[in-house]
Design a protein around this ligand. Structure first.
Ligand code: ATR
Length: 268
């Protein structure tokens, strides 16, 4: 049998850590497969996807900006991908392309390592693609969700779709959260962004930031100072990679090996 090909489909693709994670996993389990980077522009997407069947690419991680656009080109959609309106994983089963979405899985699993999510009060910052996946996952686990976003209209739309509360960024004040999850890209544009009022964080709270560069974001630093349990963004990346690996190979991912590779890549 020829070596199996997998890869990340994105634009740009060069910063992705997924090749390191999945190639280490294939090697650890002695699977004759290679994970590549496919940097494909929106204009090239249709031709690329048509070529997936011909070139016998077995699976793809789908990232920005293609998660919604690929829906049109896959043959079947999982329930999660349909509900989220986005695909982050493609599996090629004998020429039939299955579109799945395990983006929510990373956050949910990382949180479930430390707490049960059912009936927990969760404050989610951000109503972009990542926020959407997180809200979907939390609701699926029976949590109560308040989503706050700089652009109110986007929070409203997301809240209406997934049946949760919403507000502007300043609306955390009257919500006594058990769990706080930060999904915006605010640290990229303004590292001094203040998302929570002084004194809001309590030691019994769990705080997760899905951003992994920097790994210890200003919010996580504040949360650590306040005595909260913190979860860094590398966990989201890692846990969703475990799930993708399982979808493609039918095998449990070599978790420790992948965790070690990610740690080394992030210089932890
Ligand atoms: P992603 O798919 O990574 O979530 P996105 O869909 O572009 O990316 O969403 C980015 C999110 O970060 C949005 O919630 C955005 O808020 P707006 O909807 O108001 O644009 C949020 N965001 C980006 N920069 C921000 C900043 N400086 N302060 C607050 N929120 C910010």
């Amino acid at each position: 049998m020829n070596m199996q090909i997998y890869g990340i489909l994105a634009h740009p693709a060069k910063h992705s850590l997924s090749p390191k994670l999945h190639n280490a996993a294939f090697k650890a389990l002695n699977i004759d497969a290679h994970y590549d980077k496919f940097d494909v522009t929106p204009e090239e997407l249709e031709d690329f996807i048509l070529g997936v069947r011909d070139e016998d690419i077995k699976g793809l991680s789908v990232s920005l900006p293609h998660k919604e656009a690929v829906i049109e080109y896959v043959d079947e959609l999982s329930e999660d991908a349909r509900a989220m309106g986005a695909v982050n994983t493609i599996k090629n089963v004998d020429g039939v392309l299955l579109g799945e979405n395990v983006d929510f899985f990373g956050t949910v699993e990382a949180l479930e390592d430390v707490t049960k999510l059912a009936n927990k009060k969760c404050l989610v910052f951000g109503a972009g693609g990542a926020g959407r996946a997180v809200v979907y996952g939390l609701k699926k686990c029976g949590a109560e969700v308040l989503v706050l976003n700089r652009t109110l209209e986007k929070a409203k739309k997301l809240a209406e779709q997934f049946d949760c509360e919403y507000g502007g960024l300043e609306n955390s004040v009257n919500f006594d959260a058990d769990i706080i999850i930060q999904t915006t890209s605010c640290w990229l544009s303004d590292i001094d962004t203040k998302l929570l009022p002084d004194g809001y964080l309590k030691p019994e709270m769990i705080v997760m930031d899905i951003v992994y560069s920097p790994l210890f974001t200003p919010l996580l630093k504040d949360a650590e100072k306040a005595g909260c349990k913190i979860i860094t963004g590398d966990k989201m990346l890692l846990y969703q990679a475990f799930e993708q690996f399982k979808i493609w190979t039918g095998k449990e991912a070599p978790r420790e090996r992948m965790e070690q590779v990610l740690k080394n890549s992030l210089g932890k």
